[in-house]
Ligand binder design. Structure first.
Ligand code: C5P
Length: 401
């Protein structure tokens, strides 16, 4: 997925064992279409060689402030010009202290001081170093200086201790980087989503479900987080990893999904119901596995599941609601009717046969203005466009925001 296509990133490595993760980070950035120029401190070269970073980035690696491979001999100026961001990963406690003081005694620190682009910092250090008062003061100062801090993560450390201070994993840094480049259309808002299928038990080993992959709902959750929202995702069973930054709550049945939605509704600004909720569940669930007897087939009695979206939409002070409709025909007619029936301001429709389990999708937005088709794109790109449309309409509905 080329979701960092043509982004020019200067990746700075300062000294720390997390330098080994920077090698994978370069690969992840390159496979997403970014161009990566690696700059290392002398200490970083003790942990990983410039040759490794050059092979992975496909570009020359810079360490020395006196390197004469750059036009004018001014690597500290040229490397950041035209860059979309400088990302320091790993950023040691010492390097962060240098950034705070504005010191410029090697190529990487000089480059940061002379930059004309955003600076992003992924700290990596022992937990005591991270918690130390000078480091915390430095983090606060960097934030005040407009520098973004990614992480750190928490867990086992190379030194054998456990706690805060680990560098984020490469894919988590990629997620933070993608988020950095997105407009913060939902800053300060809380978004609740449902996604995936529900599964309704027949007996202890069999279930009734549907073919929803959860991809659209997960992509929307990620796009809402990228847009600055605080996101809770209530998900039926899927094989998808939880998007970084999103809080996921797992459920199986429609009734569980309904209960978890209702108990998390307070304080939510926007509710996006993407889940393919089973319309019916089995009333006569067997407590034992139903046996084949060779002659008869089991009789299953169905009972309607609660309509979660309609129930949320009916709340007096509930969140602003967005629904989905996957139809197999007459999309426009069914979708308009469904939006009105559920009492929601916006419904997103698509043709089920075109999108189930696919990576690309095309959707139509239905609201009181009519309908608006979005072009076929990756689910991630469509999700970003939908979040844009949702943010716009939500703000129109609440002009004070
Ligand atoms: O009624 P229908 O299933 O076609 O409506 C689809 C929309 O309603 C989706 O947004 C889906 O997440 C939501 N829905 C729900 N609870 C149900 C059925 C659907 O929230 N029981």
């Amino acid at each position: 997925m080329q979701d960092l296509l043509d982004k020019r990133i200067v990746l700075g490595l300062s000294g720390g064992i997390a330098c080994y993760k920077a090698a994978d980070l370069v690969r992840r950035l390159i496979e997403r279409g970014a161009q990566v120029d690696v700059v290392m401190t002398e200490a970083a070269t003790r942990f990983i060689t410039p040759v490794t970073m050059q092979a992975l980035s496909g570009r020359p690696v810079f360490v020395d402030a006196w390197d004469n491979r750059v036009h004018n001999n001014m690597a500290h100026i040229q490397l950041s010009r035209g860059a979309d961001a400088i990302l320091i990963a790993p950023a040691s406690a010492d390097f962060m202290a240098k950034l705070v003081q504005g010191r410029a005694d090697d190529l990487l620190s000089t480059l940061c001081l002379a930059r004309a682009c955003p600076l992003l910092v992924a700290p990596a250090m022992n937990r005591e170093m991270w918690l130390a008062a000078p480091t915390q003061r430095n983090v606060a100062q960097l934030t005040q200086d407009g520098i973004e801090i990614f992480g750190p993560g928490s867990g086992e450390q190379a030194c054998g201790e456990t706690g805060d201070g680990r560098m984020l994993e490469p894919l988590q840094i990629v997620a933070e980087l993608k988020r950095f480049f997105q407009p913060k259309l939902l800053a300060g808002l809380r978004v609740l989503l449902t996604a995936g299928p529900t599964v309704e038990p027949i007996d202890p080993v069999r279930v009734l479900s549907n073919r929803s992959s959860g991809k659209t709902g997960y992509a929307l959750a990620e796009a809402a987080w990228e847009a600055g929202a605080s996101v809770t995702l209530i998900s039926g069973p899927t094989s998808l990893p939880c998007p970084f930054g999103v809080t996921r709550l797992n459920v199986d049945t429609a009734q569980q999904m309904r209960d978890v939605v209702m108990s998390h509704l307070s304080g939510q600004d926007i509710f996006i119901a993407v889940a393919a909720v089973a319309d019916w569940r089995i009333q006569n669930i067997s407590s034992e596995k139903i046996k084949k007897d060779g002659t008869s087939t089991p009789e299953l009695n169905f009972v309607a599941n609660p309509d979660i979206l309609a129930e949320v939409a009916a709340q007096q002070t509930g969140p602003w609601c967005v629904g989905f409709a996957a139809e197999t025909e007459n999309l426009s007619e069914f979708a308009h009717a469904k939006r009105l029936r559920k009492g929601i301001p916006m419904l997103i429709g698509n043709l089920a046969q075109h999108v189930m389990d696919a990576d690309h999708t095309t959707v139509t937005i239905f609201d009181d203005q009519g309908e608006h088709v979005l072009p076929k794109e990756t689910k991630q790109e469509v999700a970003r466009q939908l979040i844009h449309a949702i943010a716009e309409r939500f703000k129109q509905s609440k002009p004070s925001r």
